[in-house]
Write a protein that binds this ligand. Structure first.
Ligand code: SF4
Length: 316
């Protein structure tokens, strides 16, 4: 069966995937159960986000944890629009030609952080390969606006790779986010089919460069499993991240947003996730979150505290 897109309606979110054959959607195992959205606090969080003109990756990426996170007034903000210039095979964010940057966005995001009362905020973005600096300056503007409005809130940036944008990474690191996160997403053998616009070793180098620029900055990276990778490839990826001195690794189960996206190849069991966690700790990560529903920004505030504690314990 092939799902047809109705051209008379809104433009397709994923025009590049429209003509792909439909993939089978595997039935989720029992261990993937999430809190249903819709509580009173969930609706209040949604309203605050809407009223402040904010885009969240929680909604755009169809995150399975949205019920739990919004119910705790947690959200991860996605800046620079809702349209991405890349077309990764796993991602639910719309692909196409993005709109110009919204100059009010830094202020709106800072207001949203204040209204939600966030102690720790995760700011991510779409890829903006169309901008000369990949959006680095805009990241800096958002960090500065949050610092001004909410000086006690710690800031975690989850950035794109700024591929071929000279000086972009340096600008963002100079803004001194508390955590610098850049996701590898998957093992190198999957890059051509899953994230063809990105380069695995460029991303490793980017994370290494952050530590060179600021050795005290916490660095973090995440992958999805269930995309056809082998266990040995995941272990090699851990070594690659450790060679770049990355502090924190997140590993979660990939869930396909639609039949047109890359199919789930397998569901990794909770025991296998636990084994990845044990191995990753043995390789020297300060913190590891590895479970079916782990997402890059899930429990990010609590994890930031754990990171700080883990560093202190190591130093002492
Ligand atoms: S895990 Fe992250 S992206 Fe998902 S709902 Fe929570 S804050 Fe949003």
């Amino acid at each position: 069966m092939v799902t047809l897109f109705d051209a008379s309606k809104k433009p397709a979110r994923h025009p590049e995937k429209a003509h792909r054959p439909d993939n089978e959607i595997l039935r989720k195992p029992d261990w993937i159960r999430v809190k249903a959205p819709g509580t009173k606090v969930f609706k209040e969080t949604q309203k605050t986000i809407r009223d402040n003109d904010i885009v969240t990756v929680c909604s755009e990426a169809a995150c399975p944890n949205i019920g739990e996170c919004f119910d705790k007034k947690h959200a991860s903000f996605m800046i620079m629009g809702e349209i991405c210039t890349r077309a990764c095979a796993f991602c639910n964010v719309a692909t196409g030609k993005p709109y110009p940057l919204d100059k009010n966005e830094p202020k709106n995001v800072a207001n949203g952080v204040a209204k939600l009362g966030l102690n720790h905020v995760v700011i991510t973005s779409v890829d903006r390969d169309d901008l000369n600096d990949g959006g680095a300056e805009h990241f800096v503007d958002v960090v500065e606006a949050i610092r001004e409005k909410c000086p006690d809130t710690t800031i975690e940036l989850l950035t794109p790779d700024f591929l071929k944008k000279e000086g972009a990474l340096e600008k963002v690191v100079a803004a001194k986010p508390d955590v610098f996160n850049h996701n590898l997403e998957t093992v190198p053998s999957n890059y051509l089919s899953i994230c063809p616009g990105s380069r695995y070793f460029y991303s490793i180098r980017l994370l290494q460069r952050v530590k060179e620029l600021d050795p005290n900055m916490f660095t973090k990276s995440g992958i999805m499993v269930g995309l056809g990778e082998t266990r040995n490839e995941v272990l090699q990826l851990m070594d690659d991240l450790r060679s770049a001195n990355v502090d924190f690794l997140t590993i979660g189960q990939y869930l396909a947003p639609s039949r047109k996206h890359h199919p789930v190849k397998n569901f990794v069991t909770p025991e296998e996730f636990k084994a990845y966690e044990t191995i990753a700790y043995s390789k020297g990560f300060l913190l590891v979150s590895s479970s079916p529903l782990t997402r890059s920004s899930h429990h990010a505030g609590d994890d930031f505290e754990k990171l700080r504690m883990a560093r202190l314990a190591k130093l002492s």
